[in-house]
Design a protein around this ligand. Structure first.
Ligand SMILES: *Cc1c(COP(=O)(O)O)cnc(C)c1O
Length: 356
């Protein structure tokens, strides 16, 4: 029997090599075996993205949102504000984290799938010197829109702001220019091709001094507290051990494939799928030129409900993904993250065509 192909944006299909890493003997996380593994993962993350010189990394157990909450809650100095750009669920999530921590925030709120206007961002930066951090979601997984990472980053740099980017669904899937990024958030189980349970923050070493002055606001998600412990080869809380072992192997594979190679593989897969969607006559949510390499948002065809589409595809071994919130009745999403081969993509398009 063939395996289930996951066309949802994480967790993703992993290779057998990554899966085998889960077969572990009993072990204690405070022993050298595990602290060595953590050090190796932290170094491999920086090596994979070629940012060893200027960045450091922090690992946290939990899904991507754990690292996101850690980065957002720990990066704003008292009395300053965060500028949050929102055009989907995940931008709104950053706003929600700000609200929970009672941060002052300025918000550029757009409709889902609408790209931000750089002049509007510049206006906010010019008018509000209280802004210290600019937060953006790189790939807004709600729609498949790729936000203008570099352009917003150049603005943040020009106005001397800290640039915090949720790269959870784009790291290793879309091209990322780290030059303007100060804090990047990622997870093991999307384009990195590991298992869920561990996520991470990549941050500039030169920002550590500023970050350390920020009072601790959370016990479990204190960024500099984790950094300090991990630098010493220690850790604060019990980690999700198997997920770390799998991430270590997933990073070996990423370094072998190279980030560039993986980004290209995903771009090729998206191109192939999109040609198929077009051939079926499906309508795209995001115009060409704004789409990520990792996910395609499509309108549901007339007379086909998401439930029917999902059930029929699942019966044939493919898991697709619904729209979120206001888009849940109108769209469906097809991700091409993970270890999926060409034959599987071909078979998927054939099944989809039959149903549509
Ligand atoms: C997946 C995702 C997250 C985190 O979701 P989790 O369920 O916590 O892993 C955050 N931001 C974006 C853009 C995502 O795609």
């Amino acid at each position: 029997m063939s395996r289930t192909v996951l066309l949802n944006p994480g967790p993703v299909n992993v290779t057998d090599r990554v899966r085998q890493a889960l077969m572990l003997p009993d072990l204690c996380h405070r022993e050298k075996e595990f602290t060595d593994l953590m050090a190796a993962i932290r170094a491999k993350l920086l090596r994979a993205f070629d940012i060893e010189e200027e960045y450091t990394s922090v690992l946290v157990s939990g899904s991507g949102t754990a690292a996101l909450e850690m980065a957002v809650s720990s990066s704003l100095s008292p009395g300053r504000s965060m500028l949050v750009i929102q055009n989907g669920v995940y931008g709104e999530r950053i706003g929600k984290i700000c609200d929970i921590y009672q941060f002052n925030r300025h918000t550029i709120k757009l409709s889902w799938g609408e790209p931000p206007n750089l002049e509007d961002i510049e206006k906010e930066l010019k008018e509000n010197p209280d802004i210290e951090v600019v937060a953006l979601v790189h790939h807004e997984t709600t729609t498949g829109l790729l936000n203008p990472l570099k352009e917003v980053g150049e603005l943040a740099r020009r106005y001397e702001k800290i640039y915090l980017v949720d790269c959870i669904s784009s790291l290793a899937g879309d091209e990322i220019d780290f030059k303007s990024i100060d804090i990047a958030v990622g997870t093991a189980n999307k384009c990195i091709q590991g298992f869920p349970g561990v996520s991470f923050v990549l941050l500039r070493k030169k920002d550590l001094e500023r970050l350390r002055k920020i009072p601790e606001r959370t016990l479990y998600f204190d960024l500099t507290g984790y950094h300090k412990a991990q630098e010493k080869g220690g850790l604060l809380f019990t980690p999700a051990i198997p997920a770390y072992y799998a991430l270590d192997v997933a990073l070996d594979e990423l370094i072998e494939e190279t980030v560039q190679g993986r980004v290209q593989r995903y771009a090729n897969a998206a191109k192939f799928l999109r040609a198929g969607f077009k051939d079926i006559g499906l309508e795209f949510l995001i115009p060409e030129g704004w789409r990520s390499n990792c996910l395609t948002g499509l309108r549901l065809p007339e007379g086909v409900s998401y439930e029917k589409l999902h059930a029929e595809l699942k019966g044939n071994g493919f898991v697709i993904y619904a729209g979120q919130g206001i888009l849940s009745d109108n769209i469906f999403r097809i991700a091409n993250m993970g270890d999926i081969n060409q034959e599987e993509f071909q078979r998927f398009l054939k099944e989809l065509k039959t149903i549509c």
